[in-house]
Design a protein around this ligand. Sequence first.
Ligand code: PLP
Length: 256
Amino acid sequence: MSILIVSGFDPSGGAGFISDVRLAQTLGQRAVGAISALTVQDTRGVRQVQPVPAEVLREQLVTLLSDVEVGAAKLGMLGDEAAAEAIADALALTRAPVVWDPVISPSQGSAPLYLGDPGKAAQLLSPHVAVATPNVREAEALCGHRMQIADAEGMERAAREIAQQYGFAVLVTGGHLDGDEVVDVLATGNELLRFAAPRLPGASDVHGTGCALSTAIACELAGGADLSSACERAASALRDRLREPVRAGRGASSVM
Ligand code: PLP
């Protein structure tokens, strides 16, 4: 079976569609998919964002999913609300588990990667999403900026709130917080789990980590893993790659 990737296009290949497809292939999955938005960026940051016409995206995905069966899906950068709506409509054609990385801003550069209210995107996608994978800043945005997250307890509160509000599981990733350990928190309907691992030096400056984690979780789910094992195994695969990041240009290194 194939895995569906819907994400933005980073010409430098450090994040987005190119890196998602490359990682899925490395993890033994055959990728199919569509590009939600084009970006102008290099390894030093994002300069411009151009969502693709939503009707083209909808037609691409409806055509694809009417023909090809997928074992899981990964959604990354959406671009804008029209794209979120088109993707949500097309996802009605599959029952495969969907992993959503709710990308809002790049770690480098000032161009927003989602133009609109991320809460509305969450609402549109909620009937289809199995798990969302926000980092702490994205989790704050999905909570409507009603809380600031500074530690694992804050991550747990946010994960629970988002899971209750939208009805999907939530993995809040803690790589952007300080500390010797990186803690990720998974909230499902009735459970709260913490995953902790030693912080790898320099890893917080690597581009495309969120893209890679969500793609790896989708690959694990496609392979039949349950959600908590999928999150744990994906994080471990990502740590392996973060030990040897790729430096393709003069800016940030990337996962793949
Ligand atoms: N560009 C594209 C197309 C992306 O999908 C993403 C992240 O998902 C980024 C840039 C930003 O990546 P990062 O914040 O890891 O630098």
